[in-house]
Design a protein around this ligand. Sequence first.
Ligand code: CTP
Ligand code: MG
Length: 583
Amino acid sequence: MVACSVGLLTRLSLRVQRSQVQHPLRRLLSCPGTVAADLRREEQSSGSAETGSEDRTPKKRFSEVQNERREQAQRTVLIHCPDKINEKKFLKFLSQHGPINSHFFYESFGLYAAVEFCQKESVTSLQNITRTPSLGPEAAIPFKSRYLNLKLRNSLNQTSELSSIQCSNQSSPSSKKLYQLLCCAESVDDQLNTLLREFQLTEENTRLRYLTCSLIEDVAAAYFPDCAVRPFGSSVNSFGKLGCDLDMFLDLDEIGKFTAQKTSGNFLMEFQVKNVPSERVATQKILSVIGECLDQFGPGCVGVQRILNARCPLVRFSHQASGFQCDLTTNNRIALKSSELLYMYGALDSRVRALVFSVRCWARAHSLTSSIPGAWITNFSLTMMVIFFLQRRSPPILPTLDYLKTLADAEDKCIIEGHNCTFVGDLNRIKPSRNTETLELLLKEFFEYFGNFAFNKNSINIRQGREQNKPESSPLHIQNPFETSLNVSKNVSQSQLQKFVDLARESAWILHQEGKDRPSPSSNQPWGLAALLLPSVANNMSLSKKKKKPASERIKNLLDSIKSSGAENSTATNGRRAISTQA
Ligand code: CTP
Ligand code: MG
């Protein structure tokens, strides 16, 4: 079916002028999205710090991005609107409460508007004229939040003024559209960048994630007034795909900070508190109450589950208004730190995100990953594998975590629960890589590398950037970067790992064959990344070729040919491959 839709499009004649290695930053800036948007804004700001020889654009720290977006979310309200609305009048009505900085509409089982005021006071002013609905026979719990409902008075009189609203897109493209886009691309590199552009979180989706956290923070603040609810994981580490879950961290440490500042003189005042046997029990009790609160009072929070006996206790729920599946945890600060680390890796070189997105989409397309927890590999593990692979290139595309630690200053020092989580927070202190390999080459070599990795004896370790002996017998061992005794992929079974290895080998082979005989534009066949993402097509292609040679021979031939092309130092093939400058 997809092959047919692909056939509707003629490939651009430009395809003969295959990819050039673009400057990493220029490539990144051509993709509208969160990190790219932040970097674009940064470009205009002053205060440039000394960076490596190539890239002198100042980049924001993770904590700066988090703080700015959190503050922005606190000035924002979420409004459920009638399906048709007069936008101009709507904004005029709201601006009685103060100037509006930005707004956008989106659809999620109804029309919603996220409206950001310039000042927080405007939100309070709007809340002051907002009433609690009277529901007839039902009763409302009068919880006042920033999630509001707009009703039209005399809607019949206004019909002529109402119009449909331009909505911001919150979902990833359909498979059909994606394959069309991929097949129209100019090169495999262009395909990877297209995939990134289509799947990465948009500016609006990112705002909605921070806003949702901020709304949940308001509920938790009823008990813990100085708490913060911070997004972590793929919502903020720059590897999030549209539709990914929203991981939230209920940060109660802010409370301690405020208290510490207020102490003075010889007296030390402490709150009377209840003691519980352990940190874990405290976490469980807090989450249990917040979960109950979200369930009973939290506007738009449905399907609340309290999963308190998990290794990391959590409250899981759906936030109806935003459409996000949310996981709320507390006492999970290390995960926030690993999100910061991944954010740094994602911002260091634009090829990182493009490669991670492609590998994540490839794994999803082949059912290697799933939204249901189980023995499969996770997106987090896949990201760690890509980072490790990029640390192993020559010259390396990404630095090791140990190296990032050597660049840290006093401000970066961070010990969490006895684990040293120190690494440099200022991206501008890290020199850009001299490696100029194309995405096409990297994707092929990623599959090749992990298709032949000695998983039975080696562990993946991004702290040192080299393979290490496995400390335990799990089929796949990826060391947690901060809690080094933990394996982030402990859940992965031998059969799932084998499936990953088999598919990686097949994919390396498909890409390699493609480099030699790409299907002609008239053949209506998906090519490059499109062929890899479509399991049935990929299977058909490999099956038809399997008839020619046994798998072992094909793999051997592949390895031989890759070795020999490596010896030629990756000179251009079909005019597509840019030069690999191995220094
Ligand atoms: N995490 C971890 N160790 C694990 C699993 C998760 O440290 N074994 C941390 C990581 O920081 C991860 C975050 O928890 O980014 C959220 O986990 P998860 O939602 O599983 O992964 P994401 O990176 O958010 O990816 P996805 O898009 O699949 O949600
Ligand atoms: Mg997640």
